[in-house]
Design a protein around this ligand. Structure first.
Ligand SMILES: *Cc1c(COP(=O)(O)O)cnc(C)c1O
Length: 428
């Protein structure tokens, strides 16, 4: 089936010139963030200490299309559009009758989709006079992307890296430092919250919830510093829609339209990035399955409750309505560090609650088995996070084969695993 219409506009090289705001375009509403004390919707001014105004405006924007600033487009031009490829050898390895296509975000200079949002976040902060960004990172992909983006737009960058990943992934730290960022293991001795937390839990492996608390504390206490988040928030999802907009156009050039769109899900940004531009078509009546793949070890969408909760362990964030396992949840240290978050993007949560998006959970063993098959056939080594999307695509293809159907499955390969090779050692 061909795409009904391509409404976005593109640069001559094929990069979308605006971000796609699904909720505004489709007239969908999501529950607003609440002030934990008053339980009233948070006034945007309250978040101005943390985020640049240009980003807060996008967070709540009623505009369906939000133009991408020229300097950001220029930065995108070094790696976008990313390739869309058919995984023909992988299809043969599976023996499936379905087509499997992947959008390869591992082609970005830092190796993942995270740069799509790091660049505009650094740009708007630079524009508004911020001198430094503080952030957390799990497996290190977000930290690497923000470090590079800060470098590009002349900002300092301070990164709290979840301790278990800091120890498991030393090369990610090397990359962040190479781009000029300061990196510390979280919980750290540098923040009041980190010191208190370590006193109470001396051997804690760290978690994204704790690292977020530390980064926020630094942002509110050090002048000229703001905070950056690599997933979950509306403006982050918005920036990632370059993925799906490009994919729609690239598929159209091949005369194709998918009947399944699959992405792995940690905080929801790469999934939303590939899926949201397609959701519009589903709302317009296309038959289209949208599938978010998450780890069994952190089953936010499949086992969490849809309710207001804090985004961090110290309860410094507003209350947001999302699927959550609880702000104190500490997932076991699986290799897909980027998927170890207790919550989920409110916008993805809303679509799951409405039945527009489906979620499934996969075991670490199964995702690595899928990733190994993909690597051996396509020659690309997927990030352990992206491996969840591959496992999901395999499952959809097998289901279709069993039913005698032939499907067109689009998956987001959110990053490469070249810095995760030790995780592949010892996996069956
Ligand atoms: C961070 C990351 C993820 C998970 O984050 P989302 O916000 O859910 O996209 C997935 N894959 C890769 C490669 C990542 O770096």
């Amino acid at each position: 089936m061909r795409a009904a219409s391509i409404t976005a506009s593109f640069t001559p090289s094929g990069i979308p010139t605006s971000y796609y705001n699904l909720f505004a375009d489709a007239g969908l509403a999501a529950a607003p963030p609440l002030d934990p004390e008053t339980r009233a919707p948070v006034a945007p001014e309250k978040l101005a200490a943390l985020f640049a105004g240009g980003l807060l405006e996008q967070e709540l924007s009623p505009r369906p299309q939000i133009p991408i600033p020229e300097p950001v487009l220029e930065a995108y031009a070094s790696f976008r559009p990313t390739p869309l490829r058919r995984a023909a050898a992988f299809e043969r390895a599976l023996g499936t009758r379905s087509r499997i296509l992947y959008k390869y975000e591992g082609a970005s200079p830092v190796g993942s989709h995270k740069l799509n949002t790091a660049l505009p976040q650094a740009y708007y902060n630079h524009l508004e006079g911020t001198r430094r960004l503080a952030t957390e990172t799990g497996a290190g992909q977000w930290g690497t992307a923000l470090a590079f983006a800060c470098r590009r737009f002349g900002l300092d960058c301070s990164i709290y890296m979840v301790k278990v990943s800091f120890e498991q992934k030393p090369f990610r730290r090397t990359m962040m430092e190479l781009f000029g960022a300061k990196v510390r293991a979280s919980p750290s001795e540098l923040t009041r919250f980190g010191r208190a937390f370590r006193a109470e839990h001396p051997d804690h492996p760290g978690s994204l919830g704790v690292a977020i608390s530390e980064a926020i504390e630094e942002a509110v206490s050090v002048p000229g510093t703001k905070y950056a988040l690599g997933s979950v928030l509306n403006h982050v999802l918005l920036h990632q829609t370059v993925i799906g907009q490009e994919a729609l156009r690239q598929l159209d050039e091949l005369g194709l339209f998918p009947d399944a769109v699959v992405g792995c899900h940690g905080g929801g940004s790469n999934f939303a990035g590939i899926a949201f531009p397609f959701v519009r078509h589903r709302l317009d009546g296309r038959e289209l399955q949208l599938l978010a793949a998450e780890p069994e070890a952190c089953p936010t969408l499949t086992r969490g409750r849809f309710d207001y909760d804090f985004g961090d362990t110290a309860h410094l964030t507003p209350l947001v309505k999302m699927y959550t396992l609880g702000a104190d949840y500490v997932p076991s240290p699986i290799h897909a560090g980027g998927l170890r978050y207790h919550g989920a993007a409110p916008l993805v949560s809303e679509l799951v609650a409405r039945g527009l998006v489906e979620a499934r959970a996969y075991s670490q063993e199964r995702t690595f088995a899928a990733a190994r098959r993909f690597a051996a056939s396509e020659g690309l080594i997927p990030a352990p996070e992206s491996a969840h999307a591959i496992a999901a695509a395999e499952e959809l293809a097998a289901e279709a084969d069993a039913e005698g159907r032939e499907r067109t499955i689009l998956l987001c390969l959110s990053g490469h695993g070249l810095l995760d090779l030790s995780a592949y050692d010892g996996q069956p």
